[in-house]
Structures are given as structure tokens and as C-alpha cells.
Design a protein around this ligand. Structure first.
Ligand code: SF4
Ligand code: SF4
Ligand code: SF4
Length: 163
């Protein structure tokens, strides 16, 4: 049985820039069990999975977005992925201070990339419109990350943000 509180603890211990695939089990089990066979890498329809530290696969949102197609999970011969009915991951996007609009430079690239319209631009008196992110709407797909010309969007663990 999957233990969410344990996963939260383990997720906190991960390196902040290390993101495994959606639905993947906790990190310690993952690195103990993954054979580094690359099947998930080859199966990913958006090619966002790459070999990371130690040859283990990890997701790089600079390559694109996750479509939640579940192909990585279906391709994996090991019991490393939860059922598709589970939440894929607790990730949400976060707009950081480097955002061009925060520096009064017009840009709506992230909003244009967000299919579910989790990023809305709010007009500011005497300034350009700034992005406001609705975490409850964000799916954690990462589509807004690579399109940001200022690299001002990071994916964060929403479980940690809430606790
Ligand atoms: S769910 Fe699909 S798009 Fe997302 S990492 Fe897996 S294979 Fe790639
Ligand atoms: S398919 Fe499974 S075992 Fe193979 S590299 Fe990917 S996660 Fe590891
Ligand atoms: S991660 Fe996906 S859903 Fe969330 S704000 Fe970015 S584009 Fe929208």
C-alpha cells in the first residue's frame, strides 16, 4: 500500500532539481529497483525523460511538457509506477522574481503555453500586466517552463508548499 506521508518525507530529501517521471514510487525504492534500461526514455512521447545522475532517468522540463500519456509507466518492466488513477505528482509551477513582467517588460509566453489557463495576467497600475498562477488549476505539466525567456518558472512540490 502506498504511504503518502512517507513519500512526502522522502520527496523532501530529493535534490530540488531532480524530478522523476510521473507516478513513480518513492526515491529509495526507485533507485534500488530501476535497472536503467532506458525503456521509459524511449517511450516518452515528448522526449522529456533523460539520463540523469548515475544513469537513472529523470524529467527535464527544459525539453518540453509532460502530457501524462502514461507511456513511461507502461514501458517500464519493473513495479516502479503507481496506477494511472493516482495523482501523477504533486508538482505545480511557480513564477519567480526573474519574470520579465515583474521588471516591467511585456511578456505572456507562459500564459500562452498554459492550456488549462492556470496563469492569468492581471493589469497593474503604471506597469505591464503580471502573471498570477492558480495552483489549484495547474496540472504540473511543465509546459510553461521552457517557453519562459527569463527562465523564471520552476516546478515545485505542492505538498511541501502546503505544509
Ligand atoms: S507520462 Fe508520457 S509525456 Fe509524461 S514523462 Fe511519461 S511518457 Fe513522457
Ligand atoms: S523503464 Fe523502468 S526500469 Fe527502465 S529505466 Fe525507466 S524507470 Fe528504470
Ligand atoms: S505547469 Fe502546465 S498547467 Fe501549470 S501553469 Fe505551467 S503550463 Fe499551466
Amino acid at each position: 500500500m502506498f504511504d503518502r506521508s512517507r513519500r512526502r518525507l522522502l520527496t523532501r530529501r530529493r535534490k530540488p532539481d531532480l524530478q522523476r517521471m510521473p507516478w513513480v514510487v518513492e526515491e529509495e525504492i526507485f533507485t534500488d529497483t530501476c535497472t536503467r534500461c532506458n525503456k521509459c526514455i524511449n517511450a516518452c512521447e515528448t522526449q522529456i525523460i533523460a539520463k540523469g545522475d548515475g544513469g537513472f532517468p529523470s524529467v527535464d522540463f527544459q525539453r518540453g511538457e509532460c502530457t501524462f500519456c502514461y507511456r513511461c509507466a507502461e514501458a517500464c518492466p519493473e513495479p516502479l509506477f503507481q496506477p494511472q488513477s493516482e495523482q501523477p505528482w504533486p508538482l505545480v509551477a511557480q513564477v519567480n522574481e526573474g519574470c520579465l513582467a515583474h521588471h516591467n517588460i511585456e511578456c505572456r509566453s507562459c500564459g500562452d503555453a498554459c492550456e488549462v489557463m492556470a496563469i492569468r495576467f492581471k493589469l497593474q497600475p503604471g506597469s505591464v500586466a503580471r502573471p498570477e498562477l492558480e495552483s489549484s488549476v495547474c496540472t504540473g505539466c511543465g509546459a510553461c517552463v521552457s517557453v519562459c525567456p527569463a527562465s523564471a518558472i520552476t516546478m515545485v512540490n505542492n505538498d511541501n508548499e502546503e505544509s
